[in-house]
Design a binder for this molecule. Structure first.
Ligand SMILES: [Cu+2]
Length: 95
């Protein structure tokens, strides 16, 4: 229970900082993503997001229900990343 609380605090902090964390021209964002059930789903999202120009790396995690994307915000927007997740058949909110 304590571990879960720490994890939640940790990812909350990442989400808060994600918008501002720049590595050169690169941004890292953590997008809450629902509907992934296995590593196959993770692969689908990895593949779909990597198709977007400007996406440098993708790490989907079906256990944590997040997709971490490193991207060049001059080439691709957060909205485009989210649209790609939805188009792949997953959801950005629960329910
Ligand atoms: Cu799956």
């Amino acid at each position: 229970m304590k571990t879960i609380t720490i994890l939640l605090a940790f990812f909350g902090a990442i989400t808060l900082f994600a918008g501002n964390a720049e590595t050169g021209k690169l941004k890292t964002t953590v997008i809450p993503t629902y509907g992934m059930h296995c590593s196959g789903c993770e692969e689908t999202l990895n593949t779909e997001l990597q198709k977007l120009d400007g996406v440098k790396s993708v790490k989907a995690d079906h256990v944590k229900k997040i997709v971490t994307v490193k991207y060049d915000d001059k080439k691709v927007t957060l909205e485009q990343l989210k649209a790609a997740i939805v188009n792949a058949g997953y959801k950005l909110s629960e329910g």
